[in-house]
Design a protein around this ligand. Structure first.
Ligand code: SF4
Length: 329
């Protein structure tokens, strides 16, 4: 918002681009869980564009982005976040976009030193160079610490009115936000994407390991955001709804998975991913029983639906110590 506003103040027409990778935290995840009910249900990119009064283009990059996640040339950050490659990729896509849409240059809100991996003084030129954007990439918030870009050389933008922010402190940005009258803004901390999340990254690695290849589709990565994941064997994994909202979300996947739920007692919907044997399904039924209201009952009836064939199994629920920690993904 700040970078856009700084440039708009100079009379330049700005439009926003939001890339949808499938790993975005916003969109649907906040709407599912009870604990996130306090959070405003809004797409921050759309909301920010509305505040600025600019157009926003949401660009789906799900498929092309896979190569960034699977083979990041510059490696991963603390978790499975390939931030540097991700930025290079997105700036490159933005460059293609401005060429196709008759725009002259690209701005980002990056600040030197703000993020340990992707926003360092050394990485700023790497993003500009490897994306192919070179001097078409202007970072209005830290431009004074960087070489002069084409928009400045050409006089489209006055360098004197740009900023030289650096470091992790966000105080100067907050002061500028106040000056512009931005009382509310998207919280920058905590990451905008699930690849920075430790638990999520563990689940993604587990998925790749189980499949024997680093591939995924949109449903795979959506499902990693939802439910309790338990892998009792390399052949199958259980995705167990933890609350009503998750149960409703998982309902939508019943057509593509084996699924089960307890019918003698209330209990969660469970999806089974993989190729379980009959013995595996019995074990899964016992685990399913453990997470329902029949957890202390001697016997629980579990309905299993596999390729539209239904069967019922009467099982005894596993006790918590029969579900080892290492099964929890
Ligand atoms: S946090 Fe996610 S979206 Fe943001 S730069 Fe890193 S990998 Fe890309």
């Amino acid at each position: 918002m700040l970078a856009a506003k700084v440039i708009m103040e100079q009379g330049v027409v700005v439009e926003g681009i939001n890339f949808f990778t499938g790993f975005c935290v916003e969109g649907h995840t906040h709407a599912i869980r009870k604990k996130d009910q306090e959070k405003l249900k809004r797409n921050n990119a759309l909301w920010s564009a509305e505040q600025l009064g600019i157009k926003l283009h949401i660009v789906d990059i799900i498929d092309e982005y896979k190569d960034v996640v699977i083979n990041p040339k510059h490696g991963y950050g603390a978790h499975m976040n390939p931030c540097l490659d991700c930025k290079i990729f997105m700036v490159n896509k933005a460059k293609q976009w401005i060429e196709d849409n008759g725009f002259d240059f690209i701005i980002t809100g990056e600040v030197i030193g703000q993020r340990p991996m992707s926003q360092r003084k050394e990485t700023m030129p790497v993003v500009a160079r490897e994306s192919g954007a070179d001097d078409l990439l202007l970072r209005p918030l830290c431009a004074k610490n960087l070489p002069v870009t084409l928009p400045e050389k050409e006089g489209w933008v006055d360098r004197n009115q740009l900023f030289g922010f650096s470091g992790r402190s966000r105080k100067p940005q907050m002061a500028l936000a106040e000056k512009f009258g931005f009382a509310d803004y998207a919280q920058p901390a905590g990451g905008c994407c699930f690849l920075t999340d430790e638990n999520y990254s563990v689940k993604l690695v587990d998925l790749w390991k189980a499949r024997g290849s680093k591939q995924y589709d949109l449903d795979d990565i959506m499902l990693l955001k939802v439910g309790r994941h338990i892998r009792p064997s390399p052949d199958f994994k259980m995705i167990i709804a933890r609350e009503e909202g998750e149960g409703r979300f998982l309902q939508g996947y019943k057509g593509s998975f084996i699924y089960m739920n307890t019918i003698s007692h209330r209990g969660p919907l469970v999806l089974i991913d993989g190729s379980p044997s009959d013995q595996d399904l019995e074990l899964a039924a016992r685990i399913t029983a453990r997470y329902g209201q029949g957890r202390d009952a001697e016997k629980v009836v579990v309905k299993i639906v596999q390729q539209e064939q239904e069967k019922e199994l009467e099982v005894s629920p596993l006790s918590p110590d029969e579900i080892p920690e290492e099964w929890h993904v």
